[in-house]
Design a protein around this ligand. Structure first.
Ligand SMILES: [Ca+2]
Ligand SMILES: [Ca+2]
Length: 542
């Protein structure tokens, strides 16, 4: 009885410790742990459903390879003794990638002069597979006691949050004559990558002298990213509190898009690069845990057709893309739904074409007839008479006449089209959406318009009028499988909520069982087609 009681008390104690932020031990704020993004690193190996290692299988997913001469390499990532360990090493025999870092002009493993392996520094980085928006992020970690950074940071659309970016130790001999304070500093940066930022833009960069060498011990680093403010903590003590208003006054708030997590080690050559003797033993950034709490869990996939990106697609975090001088931007100013819409805003002179692109392979439409609709909002002072939506493979250019669009309000426009083949799924040149505005179609000297909610092959609108087949789906929500019951047989099509066809199944018996292992969690529309009749049901996969 007594043993049981002790166990129970320990159990409760453990729960309180593990479930609440160190900065809010009583959880007065009502934080909910986002278990899909949090990790205790207690399982002996890295959980690949949560994290990916930059450079594993030579794949950097078009992110970056580290701050040259340091290069992220997968063998420097390990999980042991309940910790994630990110190493930096001196490895003269490592075959560095033959590239220059485009910002500094430094070769990986070398110098600005050559890829000569004279600075053979290998480092490490992991990133989260998922995104989230707003919350409290906490790590318990011991930063590397070496001339490298130990960092916990995030990136999202045009934005970066460096919650922890601490430098462990000055190099032997201190070649850059750096003050010892650097080893005691807790640094936080809010970075804007907005291509429209002015050339004199200053990012929010703050440092606190913590009075102790941070590499000597474990500390708990906390960071609260709220829609209205930012707070930073070390060991549960509030260090900084800055409001969105204060940041917006200096154009420093760019942090409303979902973010993904980074944990890494880099070299900062401006503090002096490590030499072989600095890295006789591997430098180790040790992370006991990463915990992400939110007021409302939102770590799911984001809808590219509603411009709520970045979104997770084929193992990549990707967004709509355009060159920085082409003024298509995701903005929170005027969403038709969600938080974001796509804005085009620019002034004369106009020349050439202005295009933005969804990723290759992101469009998956069947052969034959299809439909598309989207919402558009055009400013009173804008006169654009045509917008093109080009679908890449197979190629078709859908021209939308905008001459009679009502201005100053959201308007829905639509088109039906037909293509001979289904979408190509190639990730290098497959089907995608290009929105193109030609300067010859711009009739005034300024343009401001928004687009949101692109929907292909809308199945929801026709639910009532076409609901003519008696069928049922159960269990719903479904976990490992769902069953479809109907005396009629025919074709079942699963669409996601953006109208993309995900799967086609032929039903030949009264009761059909469909496994869900290849379906991601979420809401689907199931269309059942028998001859010229069809019905639609909503299905939730958990
Ligand atoms: Ca741990
Ligand atoms: Ca939206």
């Amino acid at each position: 009885m007594r043993i049981f009681f002790t166990f129970l008390v320990l159990g409760i104690t453990f729960q309180i410790v593990s479930q609440n932020p160190v900065s809010d031990a009583a959880n007065n704020a009502g934080w909910i742990l986002n278990s899909e993004m949090s990790d205790e690193f207690n399982d002996g190996e890295l959980d690949k459903s949560k994290w990916w290692i930059l450079g594993e299988n030579n794949d950097y997913r078009h992110k970056w390879k580290g701050r040259a001469p340091g290069q992220y390499v997968p063998h420097n990532v390990k999980v042991e003794n309940g910790e994630l360990v990110l190493m930096s090493q001196w490895e003269p025999n490592y075959n560095f990638v033959n590239e220059k870092h485009n910002e500094s002009g430094v070769w990986y493993g070398g110098t600005t002069a050559a890829a000569d392996n004279s600075k053979p520094i290998t480092q490490s980085c992991i990133m989260s597979e998922k995104f989230f928006k707003y919350g409290y992020m906490e790590i318990r970690a011991k930063i590397a006691d070496a001339p490298v950074t130990s960092a916990f940071w995030t990136t999202g659309y045009h934005s970066e949050i460096d919650m922890v970016e601490n430098y462990g130790k000055r190099p032997i001999g201190n070649p850059r004559n750096t003050s010892s304070v650097i080893e005691r500093k807790q640094r936080t940066n809010l970075i804007s990558w907005d291509p429209d930022r002015p050339s004199n833009h200053q990012n929010w960069k703050v440092e606190n002298n913590m009075g102790v060498r941070l590499a000597e011990n474990y500390h708990v680093y906390g960071f609260e990213w709220d829609k209205d403010y930012i707070k930073t903590y070390v060991d549960g003590v509030l260090l900084r509190h800055v409001t969105r208003q204060e940041l917006e006054a200096n154009n420093q708030w760019k942090h409303d898009a979902p973010q993904e997590l980074w944990l890494d080690a880099e070299v900062f050559y401006w503090y002096g690069l490590p030499s072989a003797s600095d890295l006789v033993n591997p430098a180790e950034f040790k992370i006991d845990y990463v915990r992400i709490w939110q007021k409302e869990i939102n770590s799911g996939d984001f809808n590219a057709l509603g411009f709520e990106g970045p979104f997770h697609f084929q193992g990549r975090s990707i967004n709509w893309w355009n060159s920085g001088n082409v003024k298509w931007r995701l903005k929170t100013e005027k969403p038709a739904s969600g938080d974001f819409s796509l804005r085009f805003q620019d002034q004369a002179p106009f020349s050439g074409n202005y295009s933005t692109f969804s990723p290759f392979g992101s469009l998956n439409l069947p052969a034959g007839s299809n439909s598309v609709k989207f919402k558009i909002w055009m400013d009173e002072n804008t006169a654009v008479d045509q917008l093109e939506m080009i679908l890449n493979k197979p190629y078709i250019n859908l021209k939308f006449d905008l001459t009679n669009i009502q201005k100053g309000q959201w308007v829905e426009i639509s088109k039906t089209f037909s293509r001979n083949t289904a979408s190509s799924s190639s990730l290098t040149n497959g089907d995608r959406i290009q929105l193109r505005l030609r300067s010859e179609n711009i009739k005034r000297n300024q343009v401001k318009m928004y687009i949101d909610d692109i929907v292909f092959n809308d199945t929801t609108a026709s639910t009532q009028s076409l609901d003519t087949i008696d069928f049922s789906i159960f269990p719903n929500p479904a976990q490992n499988f769902f069953k479809v019951n109907s005396v009629e047989n025919g074709k079942l099509q699963l669409y996601n909520l953006s109208g993309t066809l995900i799967k086609t199944i032929y039903k030949t018996d009264t009761l059909l069982e469909v496994p869900t292992q290849n379906l991601s969690q979420g809401v689907y529309m199931v269309k059942f087609i028998v001859g010229n009749k069809q019905s639609i049901r909503k299905l939730v996969v958990q």
